[in-house]
Design a protein around this ligand. Structure first.
Ligand code: NAI
Length: 460
């Protein structure tokens, strides 16, 4: 069997690497139009940082895992074609700011139709609005030769960045949606299920109709993000009342109906998916004439935006209502630990707010590149004369970032930040030295003993 995947991003790369790793007799080819990305997948510096990913790729690459820009051959040879291209929020026209932009998906469908000379299974791996498979099927069948049939399946990906390999190796469940009502549909579902069965127990492979599968992915992300916004809203109330949000989260999380996960208050959620997928859900509710349902889910995003801006305001007001010319150390820039992904990271929004207030940002992140940080902050590395940007200082070392700073903000929960020598950091900072722990990962009592003024999300 041959599998191909269009899109070698955060999802396509690791997911296909895992399939190839687990199924040594299946040839897996990942094709992307971005040559630099493909070159990186074929090198020792993979374009995605994920714990354990290097080993999985190294074990399978060149054996039965291939990365290529030649999507035509990859499509031609494949029995199953995964589509794992981006589905960003639309920035233009109808639905701008909410609906998913499906142009990359449609282009893939047209390519598949053009280059297929036999029937194939097409799998939606990207997160898509409910009923997209309908459009995909129409484009595929309108552009192909007679006698060729495409079975469209929905197989959304539930991996979380930072734990992608663990999640792929031991998924809570694999979801496959297809045309359950036809024999060909059921056969296609079975073919894909057999691939996962190489390593996932059958009882963890759920099959549904297409629309349930497409919608389940959006709903899963909406529920996860809703928990974060819920606990973040409570963090503000804790700060006013003397309650402690971590204690509240622990107390409610012990209730087995609530459960302990995803109850960590923070500066706000980021990542490429939560916001985009909820906005998409909101758009779908509006489209289907359910404005009250749309408003309910939109509040999750509104709360998250508020949490981010309240954090930057807190920094400004605490530093005596001005950060003009003051160095603020930002520890972490990725949207969460153990990833180099910065899409929608809270650090980017807080950073931009602080730059608007004319602060000097000293940013340190163990995995994010300096180019990415400048890009996200919408700043250039040098001025017209080639002098370094005086407002943004990217530091290889957290101590260097904190040296001469008035405040230090923890933006990402990297484990390494917990064990820094905070005495040394304190000595290098202006006094009073402020710490704003946007992830509540530090030992605040110990910091206060050193002499720091500490602001913790949700009061601690
Ligand atoms: P990404 O932006 O990292 O990767 C998408 C890739 O598709 C890019 O490398 C792009 O060059 C390529 N591409 C675009 N058009 C193409 C074409 N016609 N042929 C071949 N390649 C093409 O995106 P990411 O993060 O991998 O997301 C992909 C999908 O998976 C999205 O729908 C996303 O919502 C979903 N998803 C993402 C998760 C994540 O943690 N990032 C988790 C679960 C789902």
């Amino acid at each position: 069997m041959k599998i191909c995947c269009l899109g070698a991003g955060y999802v396509g790369g690791p997911t296909m690497a895992m399939i190839a790793y687990k199924c040594s007799d299946i040839t897996v080819t990942v094709a992307d139009i971005n040559e630099a990305r493909i070159n990186a997948w074929n090198s020792d510096e993979l374009p995605v940082f994920e714990p354990g990913l290097d080993d999985v790729v190294k074990a399978a690459r060149g054996r039965n895992l291939f990365f290529t820009t030649d999507k035509v051959t990859a499509i031609k040879e494949a029995d199953i074609i995964f589509v794992s291209v981006g589905t960003p929020t639309k920035t233009y026209g109808a639905g701008a700011g909410k609906a998913a932009d499906l142009k990359y998906i449609e282009l893939c469908a047209r390519d598949i139709a053009e280059h297929s000379d036999r029937s194939k299974i097409v799998v939606e791996k990207s997160t898509l609005p409910v009923r997209t498979a309908q459009g995909l099927k129409t484009v595929l069948s309108a552009n192909t030769r007679e006698g060729i049939d495409f079975q469209v399946l929905s197989n959304p990906e539930f991996l979380a960045e930072g734990t992608a390999i663990e999640d792929l190796e031991n998924p809570d469940r694999v979801l496959i949606g297809g045309e359950e009502e036809t024999e060909a549909g059921r056969a296609a579902i079975e073919t894909l299920a057999k691939v996962y069965e190489y390593w996932v127990p059958r009882e963890n492979i759920i099959t549904t109709n297409l629309w349930s599968s497409e919608l389940s992915k959006l709903v899963a992300n909406a529920f996860l993000a809703q928990r974060i916004s819920s606990i973040n809203s409570i963090s503000a109330l804790c700060e006013r009342t003397g309650a402690n949000v971590d204690q509240v989260a622990y107390a409610i999380g012990r209730d087995s109906r609530i459960g302990p996960k995803f109850l960590k208050a923070s500066v706000g959620f980021g990542g490429s998916c939560f916001q985009k997928d909820i906005l998409n859900l909101v758009y779908l509710c509006e489209y289907f004439g359910l404005p009250d349902v749309a408003a309910y889910w939109e509040q999750v995003i509104i709360m998250n935006d508020w949490q981010k801006s309240r954090f930057s305001q807190k920094i400004v007001t605490t530093l005596f209502n001005t950060v003009n010319g003051k160095r603020i150390a930002m520890l972490g820039f990725a949207f969460k630990k153990d990833t180099n992904d910065t899409r929608e990271t809270a650090a980017m929004y807080v950073g931009r707010d602080l730059l608007d207030e004319q602060a000097v940002l000293a940013v340190h992140d163990p995995k994010v590149s300096r180019e990415q940080i400048f890009k996200d902050l919408k700043e250039s590395e040098t001025d017209a004369e080639g002098n370094p940007n005086p407002l943004v200082d990217i530091c290889d070392d957290p101590y260097e970032a904190a040296k001469g700073a008035h405040g230090l903000a923890v933006m990402t929960e990297w484990d390494s930040f917990k064990d820094l020598d905070y005495k040394k950091i304190y000595e290098g900072m202006y006094k009073p030295a402020f710490i704003f722990d946007g992830r509540n990962i530090l030992d605040h009592e110990a910091l206060r003993e050193i002499g720091f003024e500490v602001f913790a999300i949700g009061g601690k």
